[in-house]
Write a protein that binds this ligand. Structure first.
Ligand code: UD1
Length: 416
């Protein structure tokens, strides 16, 4: 198992290219299953999760290959309508095969994802939505069986604007008969891109980017070429690194997707300039404490909550972070405390009392974003930090140590 060794406390500078978005490419890869033909996806980040999804597509019988960030998926010879437990348990986004396979082939068997590192993450919205479209759903030996000779449009209203459920229902309803109305739909940029891609394939989706999406089913879709949008969470992580340790510029990012994060960074004292696809940020001399509450898009993303906490751990004064999306996503707190942070958790609210400095220590990754927070903590901390279980971070950050090395961070990967 790999670990990172970081000698922190040093100023960083330079430029970093942001990769394609993990949370955009995963549903796009499964959207390719809707098409009898070859889809090409460009700007694919080389991640453990994109490789896991590729393995899953290959198991299903879709030929998927990745070369120089360009992925080809040929879904003309699908011959196995099952997503096995071994893969789904390592990546919940495998559940995205449910909607497209059901819509195109009329049946699918997908392992029910278990809990994840920070608690239960149910899939009831996905299943209730598919039932509304006419699917028969049953649970057999830990697997969801979904069947429907034909799906029929209906009105679906989510209790919460779930990203995954919106994506799954979109991919199922594009081939359903008649009109589907998704109310309280997710508005995240990754869902907006999925809608545009499906329309380019020949789907008929309206209300894109609003909380009410209307889908008029079509009989079939056509293969296309896709460019994945930049990863706003990766960008936000590097922006926080810049705010604490140096003057850096991010290329290939979309500042519009980061508006709330940029506003919060400015409140903390950051000097930021941006144009259409790049953002520059300078090290903040005296970081102001800024409270954050995570919300669905366009609010502050839960996927940057842990990184913001590492940032606030050295701010001047007290701040609080409330996670309204995942109430128990706080496994990074004990690890940040090992680096010297002063954080107290009460329900879904963390209170952070800024300290003067962090000191390197041995810490452990627990999930993708928690690991990113530990890398930020290690960059801030004086001395040596060892981060174990970095396979978590490899799930969601392309070439993270190489990108940080190019900014002057003393970080190496070693095999334990
Ligand atoms: C996606 C992202 C993840 C991000 C999350 C919230 C991907 C691959 N992952 O996850 O990085 O943190 O959005 O922005 O895109 N819920 C239910 N029932 C359901 C579905 C969701 O109760 O059937 C709840 C969840 O427990 C959670 C909330 O709804 O409290 C939001 O979850 P959701 O938007 O579905 O997250 P994911 O799509 O799993």
């Amino acid at each position: 198992m790999d670990k990172f060794i970081i000698n922190g406390g040093k100023k960083i500078s330079g430029e970093v290219n942001i990769s394609g978005a993990k949370n955009a490419v995963l549903p796009l890869m499964t959207a390719a299953l809707l098409v009898d033909g070859k889809t090409t996806i460009n700007s694919v980040p080389d991640l453990r999760d994109t490789r896991t999804m590729m393995r899953l597509l290959n198991i299903i019988g879709a030929e998927a290959s990745l070369k120089a960030n360009s992925m080809c998926i040929n879904a003309s010879k699908i011959n196995n309508l099952e997503a096995p437990y071994d893969l789904v348990k390592t990546m919940r986004a495998s559940f995205y095969v449910l909607g497209p396979l059901l819509a195109r082939f009329g049946e699918v068997r997908v392992s029910l994802p278990g809990g994840c590192a920070w608690g239960p993450r149910p899939v009831d919205f996905h299943l209730k939505g598919l039932e509304k479209l006419g699917a028969e759903i049953s649970l057999e030996s830990g697997y969801i069986m979904a069947k429907a000779k034909r799906l029929y449009g209906n009105k679906i209203c989510f209790d919460f604007p779930s990203v995954g459920a919106t994506g799954n229902i979109l991919m199922a309803s594009v081939l359903a008969r008649g009109e589907t109305c998704i109310e309280n739909a997710a508005k995240e940029p990754e869902i907006v891109q999925l809608c545009h891609v499906l329309n380019n394939m020949g789907a008929n989706i309206g209300g894109i980017g609003s909380s009410k999406i209307i889908v008029n089913g079509v009989d079939n879709l056509n293969p296309i070429d896709i460019d994945v949008i930049p990863d706003r969470i990766e960008a936000g992580t590097y922006l926080i690194a810049g705010a604490v340790m140096g003057d850096i510029t991010l290329n290939n990012c979309n500042p519009k997707h980061l508006k709330d994060v940029l506003d919060k960074l400015k409140l903390a004292g950051a000097n930021i300039s941006s144009n259409e696809n790049s953002i520059s940020i300078n090290k903040i001399d005296s970081i102001s404490a800024v409270d954050v509450t995570t919300e669905v898009y366009p609010g502050f993303p839960t996927d940057l909550q842990a990184q913001w906490m590492a940032f606030m751990s050295i701010a001047n004064g007290r701040s609080s972070i409330v996670d309204t999306v995942y109430h128990d996503r706080f496994t990074h707190i004990p690890e940040l405390i090992r680096l010297g942070a002063d954080i107290r958790l009460n329900g879904n609210k963390a209170e952070i009392n800024g300290v003067e400095k962090l000191i390197g220590a041995q810490v452990m990754s627990t999930d993708i974003r928690a690991s990113a927070a530990l890398i930020l903590g290690a960059i801030i901390a004086e001395g040596k930090t060892e981060i174990s279980r970095v396979y978590h971070i490899d799930r969601g950050y392309d070439s993270i140590e190489k990108k940080f090395q190019s900014l002057g961070v003393d970080i190496v990967r070693v095999n334990e």
